[in-house]
Design a protein around this ligand. Structure first.
Ligand code: NAD
Ligand code: UDP
Length: 335
């Protein structure tokens, strides 16, 4: 079965390509390499010993994107392509709305044209805005606090409208919590540009000596140790969630959101301790001001994905730390 993966050269996309190839799918990747390198796809093929087809294409270019549909027999799409940095989205909202929303509209137009109506979409726990309580279930009210989050929310709404207009569509909306870690081979992983915004890549860069110390953004939250709590989930578990979602949408019609999280929250200090234990590396840190827009606690109720998709996270925080570290030491400067 041929699966189109938009954004397949990126962090989560590359890990998902590995799982797809290992499970016998034929993979067609579309990526403009705006936030990734061709090397990631070379390594996906090296890890799996299988070939994938790559189109260096911007999904905003309808004519180019059409080639991927006309030259292949695509049965379903996994849609990762998009920009994802919250801070950048506040500075460049037009860029974010255009890339994420127009990109998705063009993709859906092509899908409709080629009668491909099976879609797995990368959403985010950010669509829960400032949740009133934890754990967060899919029924919680949705809102967004920045342009990036609004693009995810708007795309979810667009997909609901597409399904309402044509009941042949089958869409799985996957709301990821905090993906971290890397493939256990240490060959593919997260390769941020410049200073990392996210906690784990920052920690691994401190551990490898690229940065002096970590700044912990706030230690007065109403959490067990005062630092922010998140639901960290291994990227390979996230990737496997896409295969389960794919199996589901191939058999059914409709549109459903699913949380992909572990259901367990770890504070920043918990992550540091686990990283130090897993790797024997000391992470110096200072406490600094809370980051604007951050919430105290965010973790999933993952029961819907467990019951309906038959998926749950298998890897623990030690695996996540060790695999993130292996990727970092093997590739100190990324790809
Ligand atoms: P990533 O930046 O590593 O991957 C996205 C890929 O899409 C990149 O390879 C980039 O080059 C490509 N891309 C962007 N715009 C494109 C366009 N117009 N045409 C073609 N390719 C384009 O990001 P990721 O962490 O792998 O995230 C994948 C998806 O998951 C994104 O939609 C992101 O918003 C979502 N998500 C990520 C996280 C996270 O923490 N990483 C959390 C929740 C949701
Ligand atoms: N965090 C931190 N220092 C950093 C980066 C992140 O203390 O350099 C904290 C952040 O405040 C949050 C947690 O780590 O409590 C996870 O942050 P990340 O940006 O990775 O994910 P998100 O905030 O999007 O959930």
């Amino acid at each position: 079965m041929e699966i189109l993966v938009t954004g397949g050269a990126g962090y989560i996309g590359s890990h998902t390509c590995v799982e797809l190839l290992n499970s016998g799918y034929e993979v067609i990747v579309v990526d403009n390499l705006s936030n990734s390198k061709r090397e990631s796809l070379k390594r996906v093929q090296e890890i799996t010993g299988k070939h994938l087809k790559f189109y260096e294409i911007d999904i905003l270019e309808k004519v180019s994107l059409e080639k991927a549909f006309s030259e292949n027999n695509i049965e379903a799409v996994i849609h990762f392509a998009g920009f994802k940095a919250v801070g950048e989205s506040i500075k460049m909202p037009i860029l974010y709305y255009h890339n994420n929303i127009t990109g998705t509209l063009i993709l859906c137009e092509e899908m409709r044209k080629y009668n491909v109506k099976k879609l797995v979409f990368s959403s985010s726990a950010t669509v829960y805005g400032m949740p009133k309580s934890v754990p967060i279930s899919e029924k919680f009210p949705l809102s967004a606090t920045n342009p990036y989050g609004r693009t995810k929310l708007m795309i979810e709404t667009i997909l609901q409208d597409i399904y309402a207009s044509d009941k042949e569509w089958s869409v799985a909306i996957l709301r990821y919590f905090n993906p971290i870690g890397a493939h256990e081979s240490g060959r593919i992983g997260e390769d941020p540009n410049g200073t990392p915004n996210n906690l784990m890549p920052f920690i691994t860069q401190v551990a490898v000596g690229k940065r002096d110390k970590l700044s912990i953004f706030g230690a007065n939250y109403a959490t067990h140790d005062g630092t922010g709590v998140r639901d960290y989930i291994h990227v390979v578990d996230i990737a496997k969630g896409h295969l389960k979602a794919l199996e589901k949408i191939m058999k059914t019609r409709g549109i459903e959101p699913y949380n992909l999280g572990t259901g367990v929250g770890y504070s920043v200090l918990d992550v540091i301790k686990n990283f130090e234990k897993a790797t024997n590396k000391k992470i110096p840190y200072v406490i600094s001001e809370p980051r604007l827009g951050d919430i105290a606690e965010c973790y999933a109720n993952p029961i819907k994905a467990k019951t309906i998709l038959k998926w749950s996270a298998e890897k623990n925080i030690q695996d996540m730390c060790l695999d993130a570290w292996r990727w970092q030491i093997n590739n100190p400067n990324g790809y």
